[in-house]
Write a protein that binds this ligand. Structure first.
Ligand SMILES: [Zn+2]
Length: 274
């Protein structure tokens, strides 16, 4: 009788332990791709000096929402949601830059997933160009993850980029976001002083490396072309080499933020990668 009671108690304990383990399953389990803008340029050679002069091209702008057992992380925020209300989109002052449109707001896509802005644990930013930080202030209480040299970059666009009161962790190089190696910021400077990319190790899909603007589209990556708008050409070239090494080591796939052909081949939210 006594032995039975001990066995029952032991089974109950082990069931409890299993339940706790299931609740606290470690690591990253979902990655959603969000539409954070669509655009077009009349001259692609801005991104490939001397090559494809006068050739038009369509761009996309992409955000990625990642769920980890410890909470949500948003990678980049796209062009501002305000563009969604502009019938003709936002025309650039330089006619060769990108004319952006916003078919869907970031807010509506989070809403569709029942994720509230206050639910986010982190917003990580590849760099501070407007097509990546356009909606940072949708998340005024969420911790920003930005490289320190990027945060301190003296107003290259002539405007303040982050509100001084916005919570921020200023990073100095690579950073393991959740402390378990599942989501890692990789310093890839050059395009801007503190540009970073994001390595996500998904359990079923495998590793993916989210480019930021370390590279803009596939042919530029294949030919290692550095765009005209770039802060440090040598650093950009070194960062491309670093990305190639990470891809080889991790057997990772490079997902290029602005590459429309690639994005069109991937599944968008509410579908997700796990
Ligand atoms: Zn950029």
């Amino acid at each position: 009788m006594k032995t039975n009671a001990i066995v029952i108690a032991a089974v109950a304990l082990s069931l409890q332990a299993t339940a706790v383990l299931a609740q606290t399953k470690p690591g990253v389990d979902k990655l959603y791709i969000l539409n954070c803008g669509e655009g077009s340029t009349t001259d692609i050679s801005r991104w490939s000096p001397g090559v494809d002069v006068g050739k038009p091209m369509d761009f996309v702008d992409t955000c990625y929402l990642i769920h980890h057992a410890q909470g949500w992380l948003l990678w980049d925020t796209g062009v501002t949601d305000a563009i969604a209300a502009m019938p003709e989109g936002l025309a650039p002052t330089d006619p060769k830059a990108v004319h952006w449109r916003r078919p869907k707001t970031l807010a509506s896509q989070l809403d569709q997933l029942s994720v509230k802005p206050a639910d986010l644990k982190f917003v990580a930013i590849s760099h501070t160009h407007p097509d990546h930080i356009g909606n940072v202030e949708l998340f005024p209480t969420t911790m920003l993850l930005v490289q320190k040299v990027e945060y301190d970059w003296p107003l290259p666009l002539g405007v303040g980029r982050f509100k001084p009161e916005h919570p921020v962790t200023k990073l100095d190089g690579d950073h393991d976001v959740f402390g378990d190696g599942s989501v890692t910021l990789i310093a890839t400077p050059g395009h801007t002083p503190g540009h970073q990319s994001l390595l996500v190790r998904l359990p079923n899909t495998g590793a993916v490396l989210l480019s930021g603007d370390a590279v803009h589209f596939q042919s530029n990556w294949d030919n290692r072309r550095v765009p005209a708008i770039n802060v440090d050409k040598d650093k950009t070239a070194a960062s491309m080499q670093r990305i190639a090494e990470v891809l080889a080591k991790e057997k990772a796939t490079l997902w290029i933020n602005h590459d429309k052909a690639q994005r069109d081949s991937l599944k968008m939210a509410p579908a997700y990668y796990d």
